[in-house]
Design a protein around this ligand. Structure first.
Ligand SMILES: Cc1ncc(C[n+]2csc(CCOP(=O)(O)OP(=O)(O)O)c2C)c(N)n1
Ligand code: SF4
Length: 287
C-alpha cells in the first residue's frame, strides 16, 4: 500500500503554463501515478528537453535534468545505464522529440532501454509561439504556416512500433484517470515504454474540444501482443486511447549486465602495449 500522496511529488515551483494547457493534466497524472507506485523521489529521475512541456521536471520533487532541445532520450539512457536501479522517465514535446530529437527515438526503441518516454503531443511548437511541428496536420494553420502546413505528419506510435519499442500507448491530458494508469503500466513495464499523451496547446493550437470528441478507447478485444495488429491500429488514424502494443523482451541493461559478467578484468598496460604495437604497424617506420 502506497504511503505517498500526489502532493508529495510537487516541488516548490508552480507550473507557469497558460491557463487550460494540456500539460497540467499530464503533470497531475504523473504525480498520481508516482504516488500509486510509491516511487521514492530520491530514486527517480525525470529528464526533459526544451519546450513548454519540457519544463515539467522543475515541478516535481524527484531528481530532474532539463537538458538541451531534443536530447532527453540520450541523457535518460545514460542515467539508466550508469545506474540501472533508478526509475528514469523522459518527457518533452512533439517538436523536441520528433524534429531535432528524432534520431534518438528509434534507437531508444530498438535498444529496449528501461526508460519511459512521455511525450506531450500538442501538434505544435508551443514555447516558440506556434510553428508547425512534425506532428502538425497537413493544411494546419499556424503562425509559421498561414496558408496551411504543406507537410504530412509523422506518426509517432507507428514509428515506435516499427522501431522496436516494447510498450506503446496513447493517453490524453483530459482523461487523467486513464493516463495515470497508462503511466503506471509504462513505468512498471520492463523495457522502453512510449506514451503519446495528447496535450492540447490552448494558446497556439486549441484542439481541446475537437480531441475530446475524437477519442475512443482501444477495443477490448485488441491483442496488444500482436505487433502487426498494433501497427495496423497505429496507422489507421483516429485517436485510440490505451495500450496498442506490449512485448516482453530483455532490456538493454540486462544485456549489458550479461556482457559484464562474461568480460574478464583487463590490465590497462597490456591494452596500451597492444595499441602501440598496432599503431607502429599501421603507420610504418620511416626508412
Ligand atoms: C538547438 C535549438 N534549436 C531550437 C530551439 C528553439 N526551440 C525551443 S523549444 C522549441 C520547440 C518546442 O516545441 P515542442 O517540443 O513541441 O514543445 P512545446 O513547447 O509545444 O511543449 C524550439 C524550436 C532551441 N531551444 N534549441
Ligand atoms: S504555449 Fe501552448 S504548450 Fe505552451 S504553456 Fe501555453 S498552452 Fe501550453
Amino acid at each position: 500500500m502506497s504511503t505517498r500522496k500526489p502532493n508529495d511529488y510537487k516541488s516548490e515551483l508552480k507550473p507557469i503554463w497558460c491557463p487550460g494547457c494540456g500539460d497540467f493534466g499530464v503533470l497531475a497524472s504523473l504525480y498520481r501515478s508516482m504516488a500509486d507506485m510509491d516511487l521514492d523521489p530520491s530514486r527517480t529521475v525525470i529528464v526533459s528537453g526544451i519546450g513548454c512541456s519540457s519544463r515539467l521536471p522543475h515541478f516535481a520533487s524527484t531528481y530532474g535534468i532539463h537538458t538541451l532541445h531534443g536530447r532527453p532520450l540520450p541523457v535518460a539512457m545514460g542515467v539508466k545505464l550508469a545506474n540501472p536501479d533508478l526509475t528514469v522517465i523522459a518527457v518533452g514535446g512533439d517538436g523536441d522529440g520528433f524534429a531535432i530529437g528524432a534520431g534518438h527515438f528509434p534507437h531508444a526503441s530498438r535498444r529496449n532501454i528501461d526508460v519511459t518516454y512521455l511525450v506531450m503531443d500538442n501538434e505544435i511548437y508551443g514555447l516558440t509561439k506556434g510553428q508547425a511541428s512534425p506532428t502538425s496536420l497537413f493544411e494546419q494553420k499556424a503562425p509559421s504556416t498561414p496558408f496551411g502546413n504543406p507537410e504530412d505528419p509523422l506518426n509517432p506510435l507507428a514509428l515506435a512500433i516499427a522501431a522496436g519499442a516494447s510498450f506503446v500507448a496513447r493517453g490524453a491530458s483530459f482523461n487523467t484517470k486513464a493516463l495515470t494508469e497508462l503511466i503506471t503500466q509504462a513505468v512498471e513495464h520492463k523495457g522502453f515504454s512510449y506514451i503519446d499523451a495528447m496535450s492540447p496547446c490552448t494558446t497556439f493550437n486549441n484542439t481541446q474540444e475537437s480531441w475530446k470528441d475524437a477519442v475512443t478507447d482501444v477495443a477490448p478485444d485488441h491483442d496488444p501482443t500482436d505487433r502487426v495488429k498494433a501497427f495496423d491500429l497505429a496507422l489507421r488514424g483516429g485517436f485510440s486511447l490505451g495500450i496498442l502494443y506490449r512485448q516482453e523482451r530483455t532490456t538493454q541493461t540486462e544485456r549489458y549486465r550479461a556482457i559484464l559478467e562474461q568480460a574478464k578484468p583487463s590490465d590497462v598496460n597490456v591494452m596500451l602495449d597492444g595499441f602501440n604495437a598496432r599503431k607502429g604497424a599501421a603507420i610504418g617506420k620511416p626508412a
